[in-house]
Design a protein. Structure first.
Length: 132
């Protein structure tokens, strides 16, 4: 099972876990959040992430999902890229997370691709205006 680590500006990462609990009726296993605080030391964030990855990796890898590319959580996650069996994807959304959780028994590469597809396919215009 692929572990999933959410890294986002506080309190977003924890809020996504709350949303996952709502959908799945409990907190999915091997899912953790790091809420990055304003002015938090980036070395501390990286250390917290490495510790979480060590807990979450059962041998199948860890998918790290961050909120916005270029933000502190995503910048810190780039330092995790050198770790074995870690993939990082920015642009965290609920469709992305739900897709990752649904496919997490597959390989890390497949979970990454499914999460990315969930984000891309999750942005849908729902109003009745004529499409341009």
């Amino acid at each position: 099972m692929v572990g999933i680590l959410l890294m986002a500006h506080a309190p977003l990462a924890s809020a996504f876990i709350t949303a996952a609990r709502h959908v799945f009726k409990s907190v999915p296993d091997h899912l953790e959040a790091i809420d990055v605080l304003p002015d938090q030391n980036t070395d501390e964030v990286v250390r917290l992430a490495r510790d979480a990855i060590n807990r979450l990796n059962l041998g199948d890898g860890v998918l790290v999902l961050t909120d916005v590319f270029g933000g502190t959580p995503a910048n810190c996650s780039q330092k995790l890229d050198a770790l074995d069996q870690v993939a990082v994807l920015a642009g965290l959304s609920l469709p992305m997370l739900l897709r990752a959780l649904t496919y997490r028994n597959d390989t890390l590469d497949v979970v990454f691709e499914m999460a990315q597809a969930g984000a891309q396919n999750g942005a849908i215009r729902v109003d009745s205006r004529k499409r341009i």
